[in-house]
Structures are given as structure tokens and as C-alpha cells.
Design a protein around this ligand. Structure first.
Ligand code: FES
Length: 93
């Protein structure tokens, strides 16, 4: 099973393939900040320290939001992530 690791608390969680990162965090009260939950506010912007190729590809809409809220190359909106393999997620400021 894919494994989510949160850089914030160094904890790892096994999840079924295709799990929504947002829903998993909400259901398990994990320490990751979200706002709109639909990919437009940028509050959840994050980097994938590991496993950038283990999540769904960036859509045009997500890419536009990331561009507006982060200068970090490869940044993703955590609310838009579907987990297909092992990832390590770090929330950006
Ligand atoms: S929570 Fe608003 S963009 Fe992810």
C-alpha cells in the first residue's frame, strides 16, 4: 500500500492507492492546513520531498494557482493530490 509521510510530524500512514490526501488528512485530523479545499486559495501549497511521480499529474487549474502562490519549483496543492505510491509531503509557507 502507498505510504504518506508528513514532514511536519515525521509520521507515516499507509493508505489505499488513489486516496485523496485532503480527505485522509481531514478524516484523521492530521497537521496540514487547508482552506478552500478546491484548488483555488493556495493555503495548502506543499512540496513533495519524495514521490513527486507517485501522485496525479498537475492540471492547468492547479498549475495556475501554484504559480500565483509559490515560487518553489514542483510545488503542488495538497488538496488536489491523489496518492498512488509513497510520498513525503512538506507544507510550504
Ligand atoms: S486548500 Fe485551497 S488550494 Fe488547496
Amino acid at each position: 500500500m502507498p505510504k504518506i509521510t508528513l514532514a511536519a510530524n515525521s509520521q507515516s500512514y499507509e493508505v489505499p492507492e488513489g486516496t485523496s490526501f485532503l480527505e485522509f488528512c481531514q478524516e484523521n485530523d492530521l497537521p496540514h492546513n487547508f482552506g478552500c479545499t478546491v484548488g483555488s486559495c493556495g493555503v495548502c501549497v506543499s512540496s513533495l520531498d519524495e514521490g513527486a511521480d507517485q501522485v496525479n499529474p498537475v492540471t492547468d487549474d492547479e498549475g495556475e494557482t501554484v504559480e500565483m502562490c509559490s515560487g518553489v519549483e514542483g510545488a503542488r496543492l495538497a488538496c488536489q493530490l491523489k496518492v498512488n505510491g509513497d510520498i513525503t509531503v512538506r507544507q510550504l509557507d
